[in-house]
Design a protein around this ligand. Structure first.
Ligand SMILES: [Zn+2]
Length: 369
């Protein structure tokens, strides 16, 4: 015969089970509170990065839309009666000569819109700056196509090429002489300072500046821009006034000066741009406003790609290379060499590729606006 539990024994067992359930829930709640605290800091950081990504994405989409509209407008202006392509009959037969002519025609269309790079590697010898450019191949094959009796759908007229002047900040040796910090200014500033040194990467700022600038140049050229470099080697002597004059001589649409930051506090990190203040007396109002807009899109688009922190841009009137410019200008401080993480990032191939990509997106966004 089984012994049944007395009602007292049953109650004690139930109380014990209850206590155990309460204790377990307490531990679980404690764990969740800890998790959610760690989670919220991470989510805040993530939200910030997403915000910049969304902003940059919107800027890029606007750039694309504006470029498409401009291309359509230009094509419409230049070809009021755009011929439509004659459909090729399915049973068309071509002679060998016709096929060869068609191939030539297609090849010709492919090279239209090739971009050009101007180089100022020897700009220290710029007593008389002269612009030189590689020959831009002209589309060919139209005659061949006519001879072959085939119709080619006209490609949209390329947009007018924008000229971007990139100034990789500093150089191997500083220049201790002084020059006026603005046209007609009596305030003198050092021609070129030595720049920062990254004790973690073991690199000089002028090296990182040039490495990123060359990557930016290549991306911009691949996107159809004409790029003018103030220098392509370290061993130059070009003052900040001369750098601005190179941009002016090249008739650049924008002037982007590439630098790294450096402060005493090693934990400070992030991206900011320098531009002229609204009351700058050396530049016209339109250039001041566009410079500040350029500063914003460059910083935001760099941060969107790299995930770096966006700091407040600094608009001031004591920068020689800004005051002497004659087009919208921005000094990009890509990050702090005084911060270990950022110094190593700035010096790395991957970091430099990301920065260059972000800045190129910023250039697209600028011209879209
Ligand atoms: Zn610098």
């Amino acid at each position: 015969m089984k012994k049944s539990f007395g009602s007292n024994g049953l109650s004690i067992a139930m109380i014990l089970v209850g206590v155990l359930i309460l204790a377990a829930s307490g531990i679980l709640i404690g764990m969740q509170v800890g998790n959610s605290m760690r989670q919220s800091a991470y989510e805040e950081e993530l939200a910030q990065k997403r915000e910049y990504e969304a902003k940059a994405q919107a800027e890029r989409e606007a750039a694309l839309k504006a470029a498409q509209e401009a291309a359509q407008a230009e094509a419409a202006a230049q070809n009021p009666a755009t011929p439509t392509a004659t459909p090729i009959p399915a049973d068309i037969t071509m002679t060998t000569e016709q096929l060869a002519a068609a191939a030539e025609a297609i090849k010709g269309v492919g090279v239209a819109g090739t971009s050009t790079v101007f180089s100022y590697a020897d700009a220290q010898k710029n007593a008389g700056i002269s612009l030189s450019t590689e020959d831009v191949p002209q589309p060919e094959g139209t005659d061949a196509a006519q001879t072959a009796g085939i119709t080619i759908t006209p490609t949209p007229t390329p947009l007018p090429t924008k000229i971007v002047c990139i100034d990789p900040g500093h150089q191997a040796e500083e220049m201790t002489d002084t020059e006026p910090n603005g046209p007609n200014s009596t305030e003198m500033k050092q021609k070129v300072t030595s720049g920062a040194y990254g004790e973690f990467s073991g690199k000089n700022e002028y090296e990182i500046n040039l490495e990123v600038s060359l990557k930016l140049r290549d991306i911009l050229v691949s996107r159809g821009y004409t790029v003018v470099m103030t220098r392509e080697t370290h061993d130059v002597t070009i003052s900040n006034v001369e750098r601005a004059q190179i941009a002016t001589a090249a008739n650049a649409n924008i002037f982007i000066r590439i630098h790294c930051n450096d402060v005493d506090e090693s934990e400070v990190n992030g991206v900011l741009c320098y531009g002229p203040a609204s009351d700058n007396t050396y530049l016209p109002q339109e250039i001041i406003e566009n410079s500040q807009r350029l500063c914003e899109v460059l910083r935001d688009n760099q941060c969107a790609v790299t995930g770096q922190k966006a700091l407040n841009n600094l608009y001031q009137n004591d920068m020689t290379g800004i005051n002497w410019a004659s087009m919208p200008v921005s000094i990009v401080e890509m990050g702090f060499m005084s911060n270990e993480t950022e110094d190593l990032f700035l010096a790395s191939e991957e970091g430099q590729n990301q920065i260059a990509e972000g800045l190129a997106n910023g250039v697209d966004a600028y011209f879209a606006g």
